[in-house]
Design a protein around this ligand. Structure first.
Ligand code: GLC
Length: 580
């Protein structure tokens, strides 16, 4: 046995919470326009309470032209009509709280929408004006300023700069957008920008939200002088590096290992971001009820990510190194050890996540020939995942994750075992990453496939997503079998597996527990014991190999990710929780 992490009994909810990500466009549609909305969420909250999660995080619902599905905010203090009204938001927050669910909202501080009044004013004003100073406008290089100010590329493909036409009709300055042209980056050295976001935090804290998920938290501050870089960043997953994938980057069991992840570039993970989060932490601490901040920061190595969760900064950071781990027991063991160690050094909980609205759903990633690799979406002409194998592995990965100490994230639909929609026609795609890379060497299908509206009722139009049967993205016909009502109460269904795992996790307080590795010879097996905060843990056996694994003599199975044969073995691609 090798103890990696000691139990951490504590009352703070965010240290152990299971947090469910709601993607509002695709969760539930109450008014029948085919796009999910806040009243739809409120009406389905009982599903989440019954599932047994502690909190919900909602992707953005603010006023927005929806060029990047709401991650382009035009008004941070209002709800987009497509999702409802501020009253609907208040009602949703109250209804969640009545059910004991906390509510985390999304904050998008790296950029605004091009429709934000500040950016409109900047376009109308002259170069060098105070209006332009809130964004990153620069003169171009070369004759007539016809070339972009530096060589940065947009994460969605193409250049990260767009040239504007000045009021007199002449070609003018350029503005920086690390994402789409409709998402101009703010200049975080500007005091008005800082003050505005503190005010936005207070606006939502006063309305009773329990925390914020901070979008692109590693991107707000850029290196002085915006120097050329020559490198390339990916949408999700840090620096492109020939040296291997993120799981390998956790290679040494030492949290301080310097990995092959390389240089984050002058646009990411600059030291200046931490000062912003220290200021925000002070604001949150003025409020009662343990409000929390969680960083979306694609930062490696894990020791560098841990800097975002130092005691006076954020409470949590998404562990994308875990998400990007390939289907390999040794790789999981390394990343789990490195994650716990890195966060233990700063006294923060580790988070665990397998899916979200930016990546291919984990059952589909794990069903690819290169299991657990991370394509940027899957299209009709791409290699298709093996759906059955992927689901088996997806469920096994979930049971590994939900036993781990710390906080875990569940993306809507994963409790149903939903696969990615991998054959969406191009005509229905909306992701700017698809359009900006189309026809280039970097062409990617994009993220629409993980954002397809949820199936609630097998026999209803749009599987119960909307009353009219409208659905902003088409759902595959095969999704009837994944519908919530088709799994409710059905022994062995994915939904019942999630419910049972979350119940045990809560009863035994696994989130506050410790973890020790059980040493063994089989390299394709992940074996650990968690020590729950109430003294009872679970023993976890993950068989990531191809051959059945004998159960230890006398083992009592509490939960299994798939059917177990009568011969006391754990089949390939299956995880079991045993009485410890
Ligand atoms: C984050 C979001 C993603 C969005 C991007 C730009 O990575 O998760 O969906 O496109 O930021 O805001």
């Amino acid at each position: 046995m090798t103890l990696v992490h000691a139990p951490f009994p504590t009352a703070e909810w965010w240290r152990t919470a299971v947090i469910y990500q709601v993607y509002p466009r695709s969760f539930a549609d109450s008014d029948g326009d085919g796009v999910g909305d806040l009243p739809g969420i409120t009406a389905r909250l009982d599903h989440l309470a019954r599932l047994g999660v502690d909190a919900v995080w909602l992707s953005p619902f603010y006023r927005s032209p929806q060029k990047d599905a709401g991650y382009d905010v035009a008004d941070y203090r209002d709800i987009d009509p497509v999702f409802g009204t501020l009253d609907d938001a208040d009602a949703m927050i109250a209804a969640a709280h009545e059910r004991g669910l906390r509510v985390i909202v999304d904050l998008v501080p790296n950029h605004t929408s091009a429709d934000h009044p500040w950016f409109r004013a900047a376009l109308a004003a002259a170069p060098g004006s105070p209006e332009r100073a809130r964004y990153l406008f620069r003169d171009g290089k070369g004759p007539g300023g016809a070339e972009p100010p530096n060589d940065w590329r947009s994460i969605f493909g193409g250049p990260a700069w767009t040239r504007v036409t000045e009021a007199d009709g002449t070609p003018g300055q350029w503005y920086l957008h690390l994402f789409d042209t409709s998402q101009p980056d703010l200049d975080w050295t500007h005091p008005e920008v800082r003050a505005e976001f503190v005010s936005v935090l207070r606006f939502w804290l006063d309305r009773g939200v329990d925390g914020f998920r901070v979008d692109v938290a590693h991107g707000l501050v850029k290196a002085d002088g915006l120097p050329d870089w020559g490198g390339e960043v990916e949408m999700v997953g840090g620096t492109v590096d020939e040296g291997g994938d993120a799981a390998d980057d956790a290679a040494a069991e030492d949290a301080d290992v310097v990995t092959g992840a390389g240089d984050p570039g002058p646009m990411f993970d600059q030291d200046g971001v931490h000062e912003i989060y220290r200021e925000w932490r002070k604001v949150l601490d003025e409020y009662d009820g343990e409000r929390a901040l969680v960083a979306e920061a694609w930062v490696e190595p894990l020791s560098r990510l841990a800097r975002y969760v130092r005691p006076d900064e954020m409470h949590q950071a998404f562990n994308f190194t875990f998400l990007t781990t390939r289907w390999d027991a040794a790789a999981y063991r390394r990343v789990i050890t490195a994650s716990l160690r890195a966060n233990d050094t700063v006294g923060a909980p580790t988070t665990w996540v397998l899916s979200n609205h930016d990546v291919v759903r984990h059952p589909s990633r794990l069903g690819l020939p290169d299991a657990g690799s991370r394509p940027h979406g899957i299209g009709r002409d791409d290699v298709q995942p093996d759906e059955e194998l992927g689901l088996r592995r997806g469920r096994a990965a979930t049971l590994l994750m939900l036993a781990l100490p710390g906080s875990a994230y569940v993306y809507q639909g994963e409790e149903l075992g939903l696969p990615e929609h991998t054959t969406l026609p191009d005509e229905v795609r909306t992701d700017p990453a698809f359009f900006r890379t189309r026809g280039t060497d970097e062409a990617e299908a994009g993220r629409d496939g993980c954002r397809v509206p949820l199936p609630w009722e097998a026999a209803a139009p749009a599987f119960g997503f909307s009353p009219t049967g409208a659905s902003w993205l088409p759902q595959p016909q095969s999704w009837a079998r994944y519908a919530a009502d088709a799994q409710d109460g059905v022994e062995g269904s994915t939904l019942e597996m999630y419910r049972a795992a979350l119940r045990l996790r809560r009863e035994r307080r696994l989130g506050a527990g410790g973890l020790e590795w059980v040493d063994g010879d089989d390299e394709s097996v992940l074996a650990f014991r968690t020590v729950g905060a109430d003294g009872r843990g679970v023993a976890v056996l993950g068989n990531l190999g191809a051959t059945p694994l004998p159960l230890p003599p006398g083992a009592r199975v509490l939960l299994a990710s798939g059917p177990l044969p009568d011969d006391d073995t754990v089949p390939a691609d299956t995880t079991v929780w045993l009485e410890a």
